[in-house]
Design a protein around this ligand. Structure first.
Ligand code: ADP
Ligand code: MG
Length: 696
C-alpha cells in the first residue's frame, strides 16, 4: 500500500512535470507535502446578500443571472457582464484577456460572485471571484459564499498557474482522489480521549471549511499532531538518556572543590548552590547528564561551570568548556586558571589562531591528560583535538552554537556529562519545546550587592549632552562602553561607523582620556590587547561593536551607551546592558536612538527602561519576534511548524507534551503510536532536525 509520503507530486493528477518543479522549489515534493500545505489565512465569504441590500465598500457574495454582456474596445478594453438577482443589478468588469471572459460568461448563465463592491454609474465588481451555479440552483462554493482558504503563493508559483485559487482547486481534488491513502496519525485512544476529529476530516476542513467552528476543530487537531510528535521524540530522547546510556558515575565532591569555594572572595548565591547540587547529583549518577543552566547575565554561571568541572577533575577526568568567541574564551581562561592554578589544576586555552608550537604543545597535553581543564572556542571540536579522558563537556552561551557543534564536543569523550549554559532566559513554554529533552536548572538570583542598572533613552539629537555627561563621569574615574550595531548585511558600513567614531572622539570629546577600539575584524591578539587594556583601566572608553555582547566582565565600567539602539533586538540590548552593573557603583545604560521610532523599536526601548529582568524581557521579545526569529530557526533546535505556533497555541502544546510523556510510559501505546508515525514524512523531518536518527 503506498503512503502519501511515497507518491511523488509529479504523478498527481493536474500537476505534471512543470508544476512539480515549481512545487519542489517550495519544498512540496510528495502528496503528503501537498495536502499539508496549509492555507495561510482565510477569507470569510459566507455572507450572501441580495443586490438590493448591497452597499458600496463592503465585501460580499452575490448571486445572479447574467442579463447582458458587452465588450468595450480601446485603451481600457474591458468585458462587462450585467447581473441581476431580481432585486437589483450589478456590473461585473474584467480588463484584459477578454477572450477568456467572453467564453466563460454567457447571457442566461447564473453565477455567484464575490468581491468588494464598487460604484461606477451603478454597483460594480471588478475582477470578482466566481463560481458557476447549475440549473438546479446549486453551486460548488469554491471561491464564493464560503470561507475561502488563501495559500502561500509566490510570484513564481503564480506565473506557473499556481495562484491561490488554482492551488485551492488542485488540493481539494487531490484530497478526494487519494482519500483512501490518508491514514490516521494519532492512536485511537488519544482520538477518543480528546474527541479529535479524524485526520481525513481535518484535512478536508482545513482546505475547505464550511464553518468557523469546524475550522477551529480541524486546526486544533492538526496543531496537536505537530506538537505531539515533536514532544514524543523529545520524551524518548530524554528517556533514553536517563536509562539506556551509561555514562560516568563520578564519586563525591572532593577537597579541591571545598578549597576553591573557600578561596572565593564572595559567597555563592543560594541559586548557585542549588544548581551546583543539581549538577552534582547528575554527575554522581551513572546516567549521562544533559543539563541546561539558564541564568540572566551576571548571575554567575561561570562559577557553576567551574565547580562542575572541578568535580570531574577530582575524579581523574578532564573537563572542557567551549565559548562562542575568543574574547570570552580568553576571559574564562583567565578567571578559571587564576583560581585553579593555586589548587594545582592544569588549565590550557585552545584558540583558532594560535602559534603552531603552542598549539602542538596544548594538543599534546590534552591527549595525555596533563591538561585537566581545557578552555576554548570552536577550536575545541576540530578533528586534531583528542582528549585522554573527557568527563564533562560544557557549552557556554549555547544559543550561539548549532546543535551539531554541541554534539561534537560531547563526542570528544566516551559519554561525558554535558552542561549547556545560556544567558538568554526563555519562557518556560518555549524551553520545554526547545529543550524538552534536557533537564533545566535556573539561576534565578543575582549576586548580592548588585545595584540595578538605570536605563534611559535619548534621541540622537541629544548626543552632545550625552557625551558631555559621559565625560564628566570619566573624570570621576568611571569607565564607559560605547557600542555600535553590527548588522550582517551591512557589516562594512557599520564597522566604518564605529571606526570613524573612534577616530573622532579619541582626538575630540575624549581627548584627555584613553580610548580603545574593539571589533570582530581585529586579530585575536589585538582584541585581547584592547580588552585587557580596558579591564586594567588603561583605557577609559571602549568603542566596540557587539563583540562584547556576551560574558565580558569589567566591574569598574559603569556606563554603557548604545548607539542606534533602535536597530538592536531586545534580547541583545539586555545582554549588552549586562556588561555593566557588575561592580559596587550604580551603573547607567543610555540608549541613543534615531527618531522617530517605529512602534516595535519604541516597544523594545521602553521595555528596557521598565525592567532589568531577563525573563520578562525574553517574554516580550518572544511576543515581538516570534520563536523562530528569537532563537534563530537555523541555529535552534526548533523545527518549523506548519500550523502550530508555540506561543499562541501554548495550551495545545502543553496538552501534547503531557500526552507524549504519558505515551512513552506505556509500551503498547508507544508501539502503536510509532507505527503510525513512521508513515509520515513530517515525523522523520523532526527526527532529522533533532539529529536523532533512530528510535526503537
Ligand atoms: P554570567 O552568568 O553572565 O556568565 P559570570 O559568571 O560572568 O556571569 O559572573 C559575573 C561576575 O559575578 C563575575 O565577576 C563573577 O566572578 C561574579 N560572581 C559570580 N558569583 C558571584 C557571587 N556569588 N557573588 C558575587 N559575585 C559573583
Ligand atoms: Mg557567562
Amino acid at each position: 500500500m503506498p503512503t502519501l509520503n511515497s507518491i511523488d507530486i509529479r504523478f498527481v493528477k493536474g500537476v505534471g512535470e512543470k508544476r512539480a518543479l515549481l512545487f519542489k522549489e517550495h519544498g512540496v515534493r510528495t502528496l503528503e507535502d501537498m495536502v499539508f500545505l496549509f492555507p495561510r489565512r482565510y477569507l470569510d465569504r459566507t455572507t450572501v446578500k441580495p443586490l438590493r441590500l448591497v452597499q458600496e465598500g463592503e465585501e460580499t457574495t452575490v448571486l445572479g443571472q447574467i442579463t447582458k454582456v458587452e465588450e468595450i474596445r480601446g485603451k481600457r478594453a474591458r468585458f462587462i457582464a450585467t447581473v441581476s438577482d431580481g432585486s437589483g443589478f450589478i456590473q461585473c468588469v474584467w480588463f484584459k484577456s477578454l477572450h477568456i471572459w467572453r467564453r466563460l460568461f454567457k447571457v442566461g448563465d447564473s453565477f455567484a460572485f464575490f468581491g468588494k463592491i464598487g460604484y461606477f454609474r451603478g454597483l460594480q465588481l471588478v475582477h470578482p471571484e466566481y463560481d458557476r451555479i447549475d440549473s438546479d440552483g446549486n453551486w460548488n462554493s469554491l471561491n464564493t459564499g464560503t470561507i475561502v482558504p488563501v495559500y502561500p503563493s509566490s510570484e513564481k508559483l503564480r506565473m506557473g498557474g499556481l495562484h491561490s485559487r488554482a492551488l485551492r482547486r488542485l488540493i481539494q481534488s487531490t484530497l478526494e482522489l487519494y482519500d483512501e491513502l490518508i491514514n490516521e496519525t494519532l492512536p485511537q485512544t488519544l482520538m477518543n480521549k480528546h474527541q479529535f476529529i479524524s485526520l481525513k476530516d481535518a484535512l478536508r476542513i482545513i482546505h475547505s471549511p464550511d464553518s468557523h467552528e469546524e475550522l477551529l476543530a480541524a486546526q486544533h487537531r492538526l496543531k496537536f499532531d505537530e506538537f505531539f510528535y515533536l514532544e514524543l521524540i523529545l520524551a524518548l530522547r530524554r528517556q533514553k538518556m536517563h536509562t539506556l546510556a551509561k555514562g560516568i558515575a563520578f564519586e563525591d565532591v572532593g577537597d579541591k572543590t571545598r578549597q576553591l569555594i573557600e578561596s572565593l572572595p564572595f559567597e555563592l548565591t543560594e541559586a548557585q548552590k542549588r544548581v551546583c547540587r543539581e549538577i552534582w547529583e547528575d554527575m554522581r549518577s551513572p546516567m549521562v547528564m544533559n543539563r541546561l543552566v539558564q541564568g540572566d547575565v551576571g548571575s554567575g554561571k561561570t562559577m557553576v561551570a567551574l565547580i562542575a568541572m572541578l568535580m570531574a577533575v577530582e575524579n581523574g577526568y578532564q573537563a572542557a568548556i567551549m565559548a562562542p568567541t575568543e574574547i570570552l574564551a580568553e576571559q574564562h581562561f583567565r578567571n578559571i586558571d587564576g583560581l585553579l592554578q593555586e589548587i594545582g589544576v592544569r588549565t590550557v586555552l585552545l584558540l583558532g589562531g594560535q602559534k603552531k608550537n603552542v598549539r602542538e604543545q596544548y594538543l599534546g597535553e590534552i591527549k595525555t591528560g596533563m591538561a585537566q581543564v581545557v578552555v576554548g572556542t570552536h577550536a575545541l571540536i576540530q578533528e586534531s583535538v583528542e582528549f585522554d579522558k573527557l568527563g564533562i563537556a560544557i557549552i557556554d552561551e549555547q544559543h550561539r552554537f548549532g546543535v551539531a557543534q554541541c554534539g561534537e564536543l560531547q563526542k570528544k569523550g566516551a559519554r561525558p556529562d554535558v552542561l549547556v549554559m545560556t544567558a538568554t532566559p526563555i519562557p518556560r513554554t518555549l524551553s520545554m519545546t526547545v529543550y524538552g529533552d534536557l533537564d533545566v536548572s535556573i539561576i534565578d538570583e543575582l549576586p548580592k550587592g548588585r545595584k540595578p542598572i538605570r536605563t534611559v533613552w535619548r534621541p540622537s539629537t541629544k548626543r552632545k549632552e550625552i557625551y558631555h555627561y559621559i565625560r564628566d563621569e570619566l573624570v570621576q574615574g568611571a569607565q564607559a562602553y560605547i557600542v555600535f550595531p553590527l548588522v550582517e548585511e551591512s557589516e562594512k558600513i557599520d564597522l566604518r561607523a564605529a571606526t570613524e567614531f573612534y577616530e573622532k572622539v579619541k582626538t575630540g570629546f575624549f581627548d584627555q582620556f584613553e580610548v580603545g577600539l574593539l571589533h570582530g575584524r581585529m586579530s585575536s591578539a589585538e582584541k585581547d590587547a584592547a580588552m585587557t587594556d580596558f579591564k586594567s583601566g588603561k583605557t577609559h572608553v571602549l568603542v566596540s561593536t557587539t563583540v562584547i555582547e556576551v560574558g565580558v566582565d569589567v566591574p569598574n565600567a559603569t556606563i554603557m551607551a548604545i548607539e542606534h539602539a533602535e536597530r538592536f533586538g531586545l534580547t541583545q540590548l539586555h545582554q549588552l546592558r549586562g556588561r555593566v552593573g557588575r561592580g559596587e557603583k550604580e551603573s547607567i545604560c543610555i540608549l541613543i536612538a534615531e527618531t522617530p521610532l517605529n512602534n516595535e523599536a519604541r516597544r523594545r526601548i521602553n521595555t528596557m527602561g521598565e525592567t532589568n529582568d531577563g525573563f520578562k524581557i525574553a517574554e516580550v521579545d518572544l511576543g515581538i519576534r516570534g520563536p523562530g526569529e528569537m532563537l534563530g530557526t537555523r541555529q535552534s533546535r526548533l523545527p518549523e511548524f506548519r500550523i502550530g505556533d508555540i506561543v499562541a497555541d501554548v495550551d495545545v502544546l502543553e496538552l501534547a507534551r503531557d500526552e507524549a510523556f504519558r505515551t512513552i510510559k506505556d509500551e503498547v501505546a508507544l508501539q502503536e503510536t510509532m507505527k503510525r508515525a513512521e508513515r509520515w514524512a513530517f515525523f522523520h523531518r523532526y527526527l532529522q532536525k533533532l539529529e536523532y536518527a533512530k528510535i526503537s
